[in-house]
Design a protein around this ligand. Structure first.
Ligand SMILES: [Zn+2]
Length: 206
């Protein structure tokens, strides 16, 4: 089973994907995580991606598609796509080498996202994620490491990313709705509630 998670950056796609990937026996493919790994390793692709991301822009299609296609070829499990496809062109390219069974549309508003992502703090040492809305310290409660804000998590870049999403990615909602495989899920709510709804959708697809 191949599944796509749609929703603006900060809607919580990654968190939910990690919760359900074992249940659905799929690999969580996050193009964001893949790109961050390339950037950490300082590869040519990583350097190029960094430049685009810091300007709040999208990384070019051919780079992402190539990365995704090679990952698909090396996997014998289903894939849970998170952060890809981002445009109708990418979706059409994906249709050439993968069959998509379900698309989960996590919808929310820009205000909710600014609040959620803007408050995000990450531990420099162990990577644990916190939020200022419920955590009031600049030190990690697990390892004592220093907490930092990702450079692409300022209010300005969050809003920019949201605008880019509405303009370039939201057309995918209609693209997949017309194919009859789109499922809407309200991104505001308890995580367990969302996970249960998505599980029910998967049970019907499988
Ligand atoms: Zn830590």
């Amino acid at each position: 089973m191949n599944v796509i998670f749609l929703g603006p950056p900060g809607a919580g796609k990654g968190t939910i994907a990690k919760e359900i990937k074992d249940l659905a026996n799929v690999i969580h493919l996050s193009t964001g995580d893949m790109l961050r790994e390339e950037m950490r390793n300082g590869t040519e692709l990583g350097k190029m991606a960094k430049q685009y991301i810091e300007e709040g822009k999208l990384v070019p299609d051919e780079v992402i598609i190539g990365m995704v296609e090679s990952k698909l070829k090396s996997s014998d499990k289903g894939i849970l796509f998170d952060g890809f496809p981002r445009t109708v062109d990418q979706a059409k390219a994906l249709d050439q080498f993968a069959k998509i069974d379900a698309v989960i549309n996590l919808y929310t508003t820009v205000d909710v996202i600014v609040k959620r992502v803007g408050g995000r703090r990450i531990c420099r040492d162990c990577g644990k994620v916190f939020n200022t809305s419920w955590y009031d310290s600049d030190r990690c409660d697990e390892c004592g490491g220093e907490l930092y804000t990702r450079t692409d998590d300022t209010e300005e870049t969050i809003k920019k990313r949201y605008e880019v999403y509405v303009e370039q990615t939201e057309p995918l909602v209609d693209y997949y709705r017309e194919k009859g495989i789109l499922h809407d899920i309200d991104a505001n709510g308890e995580i367990q509630e969302k996970v249960d709804k998505i599980k029910a959708i998967f049970d019907n697809v499988q």
